[in-house]
Design a protein around this ligand. Structure first.
Ligand SMILES: Nc1ncnc2c1ncn2[C@@H]1O[C@H](COP(=O)(O)OP(=O)(O)OP(=O)(O)O)[C@@H](O)[C@H]1O
Length: 241
């Protein structure tokens, strides 16, 4: 199967401070990968390198197709409606204005948030703003969706709802995905594989394949298999160097 991302011997430093060293991994098309590691180990930096916001110092990164990124904060323009925030991100310049509006409205309907189209971001809850930011990340039908702690700023129940919605979205639109998170439940719920990074300068220390797990929260939390994988991951995180 063709890979969506191929990373070889990647190294990166902020000025003289090495953050990543000899990072190697590949992501298959349609695969969902979560990245875990201790705070400050370089997870967000890795995502920014994949999205070409930073250039590598060593090694290579190949992304087959177009990527888009969703951050913890929604970064919506406060003076634009939600529809405009998403429509402005549409890169197909050849589309007429009505066609752009139609395409954007259809995505709001697909994400089941048509009621917010004409509202401004400040009038929405944090969870709803993040749904709009997700719409903006998806509007150009990216091959790769990069998520940098996308649900960290919302409450527990909103977070659960957003995770289920994203999971369901991937059932119909299996976009390749890399998720950076501190939340092991989120990583298990959304990913096919988890990479565990070591401490700085970071490299990939472990790669854990995730079996099929329950997709409703009650069964997920009650699952002995989930509990057992969580214990393994937590002990691995404690021992990485
Ligand atoms: N623009 C920058 N300039 C200099 N150093 C930076 C910059 N951004 C991040 N760093 C440093 O690089 C290291 C890795 O940061 P990064 O944000 O990638 O880690 P992280 O694993 O995503 O952290 P967290 O889990 O806390 O979000 C940290 O020590 C951080 O202080």
């Amino acid at each position: 199967m063709e890979n969506c991302i191929e990373i070889s011997d990647l190294g990166f430093a902020y000025e003289t401070r090495p953050v990543l060293a000899n990072v190697n991994f590949a992501l298959k098309r349609s695969e969902s990968l979560a990245i875990l590691g201790q705070s400050g180990c370089g997870k967000s930096t890795l995502l920014r390198l994949i999205h070409q916001l930073l250039p590598p110092d060593d090694g290579t990164i190949h992304v087959n197709g177009q990527s888009s990124i969703l951050f913890q904060d929604d970064r919506l323009l406060p003076w634009r409606t939600c529809l405009d925030n998403v429509g402005l991100a549409l890169t197909r310049q050849s589309l007429t204005r009505p066609a752009k509006t139609e395409q954007t409205t259809a995505l709001f309907e697909k994400l089941r948030i048509p009621e917010v189209c004409h509202q401004y971001p400040h009038a929405l809850s944090g969870g709803m703003r993040q749904r709009v930011a997700l719409a903006r990340a998806l509007i150009n039908q990216p091959d790769l969706l990069l998520l940098d702690e996308p649900f960290a700023a919302v409450d527990h129940f909103t977070r659960q709802a957003l995770i289920v919605e994203l999971h369901q979205l991937r059932q119909t639109n299996p976009v390749s995905m890399v998720l950076v998170t501190h939340n092991i439940d989120e990583a298990l719920f959304l990913s096919d594989r988890i990479l565990i990074l070591g401490n700085m300068p970071t490299s990939v220390q472990h790669s854990v394949e995730i079996p099929e797990l329950p997709t409703d929260w009650q069964s997920f939390y009650r699952s002995k298999e989930v509990a057992s994988i969580k214990v393994d991951i937590l002990s691995t995180l404690e021992t990485v160097q």
